[in-house]
Design a protein around this ligand. Structure first.
Ligand code: OAD
Length: 235
């Protein structure tokens, strides 16, 4: 194993697929029966807030029925045992990395179990139904909560921190993402530009597959534990 100290890992919907969470770009191009732009844009929320709230309420409720799978668990083990820098950047809004125990974790597209109050601007942990227009836990005002989800046309969270980590990493690993949505889809090119080795693990080649030094095709639940074990035995 070449000298690896700093690792950045990007995950997408594919890592949660084996837990039973739907991916975005299925064969029919729909996401749980909806076009993504009908539910995941600020315009959709302005046009029909109730429909958008109910859509995310349903997804939030479904989290109770799913569990982290061996891929989430392996990444949490890597986080606990890796002596160098490590940053797990997930595009996923589920909480399966958190529940598996990953600490050095950043949700660049937000979180289902978080509410953003448009009255006071604060974010709070959230477990119920936003369609019922509950009060903000921070300012007590009713009717101003929105899902703390980064929609199309909005800026993903903590981009400066991510860019810095990409510039400093020796290894960039992408797991379970189609590479269709920027800026995440461009991380591999940034990491390579700064000299990192790049590896992708996905069910099928992502849109940016040619940018990776190595591509491993298969299920995350099979590939990730093997990769982590290999990495940790060589520490
Ligand atoms: P996609 O649904 O676009 O892609 C999921 C990828 O995972 C596909 O390439 C699948 O082949 C792969 N996959 C499926 N099952 C897998 C498995 N068991 N093991 C490994 N790979 C598997 O999801 P994302 O790339 O995450 O953004 O989508 C990116 C963003 O688009 C999302 O974060 C979301 C969406 O719009 C926002 O909500 C802002």
């Amino acid at each position: 194993m070449e000298n690896i100290n700093n690792i950045v890992i990007l995950t997408g919907a594919g890592i949660s697929a084996e837990s039973g969470v739907a991916t975005f770009r299925g064969p029919d191009g729909l996401w749980e029966g909806h076009r993504v732009e009908d539910v995941a844009t600020p315009e959709a929320f302005a046009r029909d807030p109730d429909m958008v709230q109910k859509f995310y309420d349903e997804r939030r409720a479904k989290l109770d029925a799913v569990q982290p799978n061996p891929a989430h668990q392996a990444l949490a083990e890597l986080d606990q045992k890796w002596p160098g820098d490590l940053l797990l950047v997930t595009q996923n809004v589920d909480d399966l990395h958190d529940r598996a125990g990953s600490q050095r974790l950043l949700h660049m597209h937000g979180e289902l179990r978080s509410a953003w109050c448009l009255a006071c601007g604060e974010r709070s942990p959230f477990a119920g139904k936003m369609a019922l227009d509950p009060a903000c836990p921070k300012c007590d005002q009713f009717g101003h909560l929105r899902p703390d989800i980064v929609w199309f046309g909005e800026m993903p969270y903590q981009m400066e921190r991510i860019e810095l980590a990409l510039a400093q990493c020796d290894l960039f690993v992408s797991i379970g993402t189609s590479g269709a949505v920027y800026p995440a889809a461009g991380f591999v090119q940034s990491a390579r530009h700064y000299g990192a080795r790049t590896l992708e693990m996905n069910l099928d080649p992502s849109e940016g597959s040619l940018y990776f030094h190595e591509s491993r095709m298969g299920k995350a639940g099979d590939l990730v534990p093997v990769w982590v074990e290999d990495l940790l035995t060589n520490v």
